[in-house]
Design a binder for this molecule. Structure first.
Ligand code: HEC
Ligand code: HEC
Ligand code: HEC
Ligand code: HEC
Ligand code: HEC
Ligand code: HEC
Ligand code: HEC
Ligand code: HEC
Ligand code: HEC
Length: 360
């Protein structure tokens, strides 16, 4: 007991020595870090009163993706030499953020992607609650993030609790069942490193493409008996058209909602629900009109009728639209052909006039 207390005290003393840097008596660079760190009882103390264990379980490292590849000093480079440099961090969190800088030496490509994302920007602004590499991947226990992918999804959910709760109860939340790769996880819509702020222009004007990756994939949709034309019909109607027009105009993202509707305005982002089974036809209609009215203040029943939903116009569902489309698909080629014929005849006439002139 006394022995533990002494070590504990040592921890306090060494930990409070941020300024000088503690001397670790080991001249040999090949010393075994685990001689000390396997059973060290003292803790690392910080000026804000928080502390951190110094014990390292080497089996964690061996079982990690770095196991057998990296030694302690590959990451803790500054620990070579006779002394441990002083720890200047003020808190456990601060320490963790500094330590995670080590990853970028070998994974620079991922680091640069991270730098472009919202999390890194927040960290730079002093938001210490934003994640570093270590929060998502771990430090000594880094595992393959792609296998199984849901583990990472839970990491996102640990910080974004409200979003996670909503998502879990959505139809997409089935993606949490590990074997199922058909449903979207957080990273399918947001990416992993270069995560954009969700109300940024770039994100909003391209959300439909994210949804379309799966909902335009006929094979995947067939499994669930879902309409694979939702993207193409969206792009063909006024909402999709105005979206594309908006993109080329490069207008302000915060204003975008006024100018066009995208998939998530009607379906939600994290609370996407099936519109098929549980609602009777009447209730679906009510829900439709409610969404529409959020933008179309004058929305009445006729508005929903004026919209073709995600159906391609057919003779049965929308005979007028179908008729006009058919008429144009006939008329436009006819006009083009007429135009071409006109030019050809003109050229022919020109040529015959010239040859007549020569004969004279
Ligand atoms: C003689 C025992 C001893 C050896 C050998 C040793 N350490 Fe330490 N280590 C300590 C003590 C004591 C502390 C607490 C230092 C403090 O409070 O500033 C510490 C702190 C640390 C820390 C956290 C604080 C910091 O400075 O970042 C890391 C990381 C660390 N050691 C890594 C290593 C690595 C890597 C090796 C091998 C290259 C190693 N240590 C070898 C005793 C040792
Ligand atoms: C892949 C890089 C990597 C390797 C390899 C690695 N470390 Fe670390 N280590 C880190 C990072 C990053 C942290 C900060 C962890 C945190 O904030 O939770 C850390 C933290 C520590 C700490 C502070 C206490 C703690 O657990 O957070 C000690 C001590 C330490 N490492 C020692 C070691 C020793 C000893 C080895 C070899 C057996 C080793 N490390 C191997 C990256 C690494
Ligand atoms: C000294 C170089 C080095 C450092 C520092 C380092 N790694 Fe690695 N990392 C590697 C190597 C080597 C691999 C294995 C790559 C492979 O299998 O192709 C790897 C693999 C990975 C993988 C899996 C990659 C994949 O393709 O599946 C992840 C995730 C990862 N590291 C994260 C980290 C994190 C997080 C840190 C910081 C705590 C870190 N690494 C620090 C060298 C490093
Ligand atoms: C917000 C969580 C998060 C943060 C922060 C994060 N990553 Fe990742 N990382 C992921 C996820 C999720 C994946 C898996 C991506 C996938 O499945 O496509 C991943 C994949 C990786 C891979 C393997 C990629 C591959 O293509 O095989 C490496 C290496 C990696 N990250 C390194 C880093 C480094 C270095 C940092 C810090 C600069 C970092 N990550 C920060 C979540 C994160
Ligand atoms: C360590 C905690 C933590 C983890 C892990 C984490 N985030 Fe975040 N994330 C934050 C914080 C904090 C913010 C800033 C929120 C705010 O300002 O309200 C943020 C912001 C975001 C934003 C931008 C929000 C906006 O206002 O548009 C998105 C999107 C996001 N995170 C997605 C993810 C995804 C996806 C993952 C997993 C790959 C993830 N986060 C993992 C803490 C975390
Ligand atoms: C199907 C695609 C999709 C999935 C899956 C998804 N998101 Fe989102 N997320 C979005 C969209 C789109 C927005 C923009 C908000 C909107 O349009 O209503 C958003 C907004 C956000 C925001 C900022 C706004 C807010 O509600 O706080 C955060 C944070 C966020 N997502 C985190 C996550 C996390 C964490 C997960 C996983 C649990 C996740 N997202 C899964 C599409 C998705
Ligand atoms: C990774 C693929 C994937 C992405 C990305 C994706 N979804 Fe889905 N979505 C699915 C699958 C698979 C189902 C079928 C779920 C089931 O029935 O179990 C589904 C179901 C739906 C449904 C319910 C259909 C019904 O009536 O039953 C709607 C609505 C929907 N998604 C909208 C969206 C929107 C909006 C986005 C973009 C913000 C999106 N999805 C992104 C795969 C995806
Ligand atoms: C203007 C609102 C609105 C927009 C924009 C919108 N949807 Fe829909 N969507 C609906 C309504 C309402 C229904 C159900 C009613 C119906 O089709 O009869 C529906 C149905 C669906 C279904 C179910 C199809 C089926 O087979 O039952 C999916 C999947 C879907 N939408 C995905 C998307 C995707 C992906 C986008 C963007 C590319 C999108 N929606 C854009 C309102 C919208
Ligand atoms: C996020 C806002 C938003 C939502 C939600 C929305 N719309 Fe629209 N809608 C618009 C905008 C903006 C236009 C104007 C596009 C243009 O003029 O190019 C438009 C145009 C239309 C038009 C063409 C006639 C007109 O007034 O310009 C119809 C019809 C229409 N929407 C029906 C619907 C229906 C039905 C729903 C619900 C299923 C719906 N909209 C939901 C924003 C929205």
């Amino acid at each position: 007991m006394k022995w533990l207390n002494i070590l504990g005290l040592l921890g306090v003393i060494s930990g409070s020595a941020f300024a000088e840097g503690i001397s670790v008596k080991a001249a040999d660079p090949a010393r075994n870090c685990q001689n000390c760190h396997a059973q060290i009882k003292s803790r690392l103390h910080f000026s804000d009163g928080s502390s951190q264990t110094l014990q390292v379980d080497e089996t964690q490292l061996n079982d990690s993706i770095h196991g057998g590849r990296l030694g302690c000093s590959d990451c803790h480079q500054e620990k070579w030499g006779n002394t441990h440099p002083s720890v200047e961090s003020r808190s456990v969190r601060d320490f963790s953020i500094k330590q995670s800088e080590t990853c970028k030496r070998c994974h620079f490509a991922h680091y640069t992607r991270q730098v472009d994302g919202i999390h890194f920007k927040l960290l730079n602004q002093g938001r210490t609650d934003a994640p570093t590499c270590v929060d998502c991947h771990g430090a000594h226990d880094v595992k393959d993030p792609k296998n199984p992918r849901v583990v990472m999804n839970r990491k996102c959910g640990a910080c974004h609790k409200e979003v996670m709760k909503t998502y879990e109860n959505s139809i997409h939340g089935k993606g949490l069942v590990e074997a199922n790769q058909d449903h979207p996880l957080c990273i399918d819509c947001h990416g992993a490193h270069k995560i954009e702020k969700s109300d940024e222009m770039n994100f909003r004007v391209s959300v439909h493409l994210v949804c379309g990756k799966c909902h335009g994939d006929a094979e995947r949709m067939k499994k669930y008996n879902l309409n694979p034309n939702v993207l193409s019909t969206y792009l063909d109607d006024f909402h999709g058209m105005s979206n594309q027009f908006y993109q080329t105009q490069g207008k302000d993202g915060a204003q975008a909602k006024k100018y066009f509707a995208t998939c998530t305005d009607c379906h939600g982002a994290h609370d996407v629900q099936s519109l098929r089974n549980k609602d009777s036809a009447g209730q679906v209609r009510k829900k439709v009109i409610k969404t529409c009215v959020s933008c179309h203040k004058t929305g009445k029943d006729w508005l929903a009728d004026a919209w073709l939903s995600h159906q391609k116009p057919t003779r049965e569902t929308a005979h007028w639209v179908w008729g006009v489309k058919k008429f144009y698909s006939f008329l436009i080629p006819l006009i083009m052909a007429g135009l071409l014929l006109h030019i050809l005849l003109h050229l022919w006439k020109l040529r015959s006039n010239r040859s007549k002139g020569k004969q004279k």
